[in-house]
Design a protein around this ligand. Structure first.
Ligand code: PHE
Length: 442
């Protein structure tokens, strides 16, 4: 242990961490990005690779990030400076800080769309429209640049105002109330979606892994989505782990976050996929997909406007609890390493992400690229780096010792060592090498 934990503040309890950690993990990644990406990259085949990545790669990386954070009680750059001083490892931390900006920039734009859609659904703007007209609404909404940039700014300001005051009290409390409500609305939507006429094709697309649909590109997309959804590969879980108490069981905390996040992503797929097919939409239509599918479904539901508004409100809340954890990474870096005040750090982290997000608010294609570069490849590379660092540089004996704090009976050190030293890095590296060698397949 390097500094005294009580000086930096801790989560109020194990539950406090699980809520904040799940708050970070559960977000637009589950409801917007998971079904959209699954639709683009082969449905069931994508889901299969996604689940395999979560179980065999991400859980190990999640434990690694939390362990690094709790052991050093530092931000991602500080971790490598503390454990491998004078080496290039600090650039891995820096990659995380830059990725934080990259993801925050487009994430906030989409979160802004949810605010717009909250208003539109509440005021009945979609009532009685045909699927084609609803698609048209999305196109005209996203080409209204004053609205998209304005809402992006509003969303970033909300995020920054939470970060100004520190994360703890508000977020922990709000997550506790709002996450279960999100879950209930999602379950209602699932029930409606799976009983839609013509939805069966969507379920088949979602659940049947068709091997023809597996390509290097889809594996990369599924792996990237798994890291994105679990907030791995850019140091968020390092930072959140640094507020964990030595009494907490790292393995069970990590497993809780992974299980909650994965269940909510899978549920979202059950709500979206049948609806895409029932309304004759194209599963490959990309980032706008849920904004087109869901209003169609709300039109079919009793009190649809109310449900719709409630849903987009909660989606916005889920996005806030994630966006704070993304912007917190560059902010923590400025506070710890450059000794900025919290206020200045948050202004620069959030303000920078706002400016970087303007092109994404203006051009849908640009948003798609940012999503791919930062939300997919950066996180894959960052997670590879964490696995290599923990497995080969810092060493699994140190990990085991840290895990034993709060979990003295930990039995699975050998299994863990296998996954973090061999399975995770070898499979990620193999994917990256193939992608470079065979760009045609990608
Ligand atoms: N996991 C978040 C989501 O699913 C996004 C995120 C990515 C958060 C990376 C932190 C770090 O929406």
């Amino acid at each position: 242990m390097i500094t005294n934990g009580s000086e930096r503040g801790l989560w109020s309890s194990k539950l406090g961490f699980i809520l904040a950690g799940a708050g970070s993990a559960v977000g637009l990644g589950n409801i917007w990005r998971f079904p959209t990406t699954a639709g683009q990259y082969g449905g069931g085949a994508f889901v299969f690779v996604y689940l395999a990545s979560v179980i065999f790669i991400c859980l190990a990386v999640m434990i690694a990030e939390l362990t690094l954070g709790r052991h050093t009680e530092r931000n991602p750059v500080g971790v490598y400076k503390a454990l491998a001083p004078g080496t290039a490892w600090k650039y891995l931390g820096l990659l995380g800080v830059i990725t934080g900006w990259g993801i925050a920039s487009f994430y906030s734009v989409i979160a802004g769309w949810t605010l717009g859609y909250l208003f539109k659904t509440a005021t009945g703007a979609f009532s009685g429209l045909s699927p084609a007209q609803i698609t048209g609404e999305f196109t005209s909404f996203t080409s209204n640049h004053v609205a998209t940039i304005g809402l992006h700014g509003v969303f970033m300001l909300i995020t920054m105002s939470i970060l100004f005051g520190g994360v703890k009290g508000g977020i922990e409390r709000w997550s506790k109330i709002l996450m279960p409500v999100l879950l209930i609305i999602l379950i209602l939507l699932v029930v409606r979606a799976v009983t839609l006429e013509g939805g069966g094709k969507g379920l088949a697309f979602y659940l049947k892994p068709n091997l023809e649909n597996v390509s290097l590109k889809s594996i990369a997309a599924a792996m990237g989505q798994a890291f994105f959804s679990l907030s791995l590969g850019m140091g968020t879980m390092i930072t959140y782990g640094s507020y964990l108490s030595k009494k907490d069981n790292l393995i069970s905390s990590a497993s809780w976050v992974v299980t909650l996040d994965t269940s909510i992503a899978l549920l979202a797929g059950f709500a979206i996929m049948p609806a895409i097919f029932a309304f004759g939409l194209n599963p490959q239509s990309g980032p706008g997909l849920i904004f087109i599918v869901l209003p169609n479904m709300f039109n079919k539901i009793l009190l649809g406007n109310l449900f719709g508004a409630g849903f987009f409100l909660l989606l916005a809340v889920a996005a806030v609890t994630s966006l704070i954890s993304i912007v917190e990474v560059p902010a923590a870096y400025f506070i710890d390493e450059l000794k900025f005040s919290r206020k200045r750090a948050v202004w620069i982290a959030g303000g920078g992400a706002f400016l970087a997000g303007i092109p994404a608010a203006l051009y849908g294609n640009f948003l798609g690229w940012m999503n791919k570069i930062f939300g997919q490849y950066s996180l894959i590379i960052g997670s590879l780096g964490v696995a290599l660092f923990v497995g080969w540089k810092w060493g699994t004996a140190k990990v085991e010792a840290e895990i034993r704090d709060g979990n003295p009976d930990f039995q699975n050190a050998k299994t863990y060592a296998f996954f973090i030293r061999f399975f995770a890095p070898v499979s990620i590296l193999a994917l990256l090498i193939f992608l470079v060698l065979f760009p045609g397949l990608f």
